[in-house]
Design a protein around this ligand. Structure first.
Ligand code: SF4
Ligand code: SF4
Length: 361
């Protein structure tokens, strides 16, 4: 979900110097229209609990990188056929979904990504994209502009590439400059903290660079293989809070949530995965989230309002120590209602082990 928790506002990436270009005017117009659609999305979410607010869809599981901490990619999968992706978007639209976020793997490896984004927008849904940014060029950014993309997010893990991650400021800085120059959509740069990150000061450098380019900035905590919390060191905690402050965060409840995560304390919240948030894998199955694949693993075609209703009231035992922030953001809309008293669906199969599937082929 695209709530700006730690960054400048939607108009924040207007350059402050130089002549106003066509890109700047388009960016401002689109930010205004996006703002109206986002308020509509929030109003719809407050008025009814019977539709998904945010669905993540995976058009390709393959990635051009191989970050050591990641369990969401492989090196061999083919793209999901575009016709099938469009069908899934139509199905999500029929369920009343208000945001669709395209994730992966690396979604820019899907050659018809523009068609997928276009269909999301045609169905009146807000379109987001999470990418590692490596494949961005001015031409690709122009294609994303034309397709109507609303939000793009890149996570940057360090300043210099290392054996854990190549998502580095050194490699991606040129891409950030390109986005600042050409993107008509909102761009957020997420810096990360947690045990896989060698130098926590890098997160500060990434956040400062993003803000200096007029992009927005958030900070996340890398979770373990089951989406669970690992306590931050004292210095990491200081940096976490500093980046949140830099971003002029304004959502008090979410800030409190994030602060507790940074301090290693459990959160008391109601995870609405399977209801207000859906994760649709490359095989078209609905899962709770990227870290709980296999639950409930029901084909999207067979997912009904009854499933949404069931999961809205289903208690998720992994919630107190969860760090999956997009699901936590979605949960804010309903935090004051709908106590969860139901037992979870029996999992269809164990948690998906992506790399082990390679050996099976
Ligand atoms: S770029 Fe993203 S999907 Fe690819 S390996 Fe790294 S974290 Fe995983
Ligand atoms: S609490 Fe929800 S979002 Fe977090 S790991 Fe569990 S199912 Fe996923």
């Amino acid at each position: 979900m695209w709530i700006n928790v730690a960054g400048a506002g939607a108009l924040g990436h207007l350059p402050m110097n130089g002549p106003i270009s066509l890109v700047v005017l388009r960016r401002a117009t689109r930010a205004a229209s996006r703002g109206v659609r986002e308020w509509r999305m929030i109003a719809k979410g407050l008025l009814s609990t019977r539709h998904p607010i945010d669905a993540h869809i995976i058009p390709i599981r393959r990635c051009n990188l191989s970050c050591a901490y990641c369990n969401e990619f492989d090196s061999f999968s083919k793209p999901v056929p575009t016709a099938e992706m469009l069908r899934r978007i139509d199905r999500l639209a029929a369920l009343g979904t208000t945001i669709i976020t395209i994730s992966g793997g690396e979604p820019l490896l899907h050659s018809e990504l523009d068609e997928i984004i276009r269909r999301i927008r045609r169905r009146g849904i807000i379109a987001g994209l999470i990418t590692n940014g490596y494949l961005l060029t001015p031409e690709r950014i122009a294609r994303l502009n034309r397709a109507g993309l609303d939000h793009l997010q890149i996570s940057i893990d360090n300043v210099m590439p290392d054996e854990v991650s190549k998502k580095s400021l050194k490699v991606l800085d040129k891409k950030l400059e390109m986005l600042a120059q050409y993107a008509e959509f909102h761009v957020n740069i997420n810096s990360v903290l947690g045990s896989p990150v060698r130098n926590p000061e890098d997160a500060l450098a990434v956040a400062r660079r993003a803000l200096s380019l007029g992009l927005t900035s958030t900070v996340g905590i890398l979770h373990d293989g089951s989406g669970q919390l690992q306590a931050l060191s004292q210095r990491q905690q200081q940096i976490f809070l500093e980046i949140m402050r830099m971003g002029k965060a304004s959502y008090a409840r979410l800030n409190d949530f994030q602060r507790k995560i940074a301090l290693g304390k459990p959160n008391n919240w109601r995870c609405r995965a399977g209801s207000r948030y859906l994760y649709i894998c490359e095989d078209g199955l609905v899962h709770y989230c990227s870290q709980q694949r296999g639950y409930p693993a029901i084909p999207l075609d067979e997912y009904t309002p009854a499933h949404l209703e069931h999961e809205f009231f289903t208690n998720k035992t992994c919630a107190p120590r969860c760090t999956v922030s997009c699901v936590q953001q979605v949960a804010m809309i309903d935090f004051w209602r709908g106590p969860q008293t139901r037992a979870a669906f029996k999992p269809a199969e164990p948690l998906v082990q992506l790399q082990s599937r390679a050996a099976e082929r």
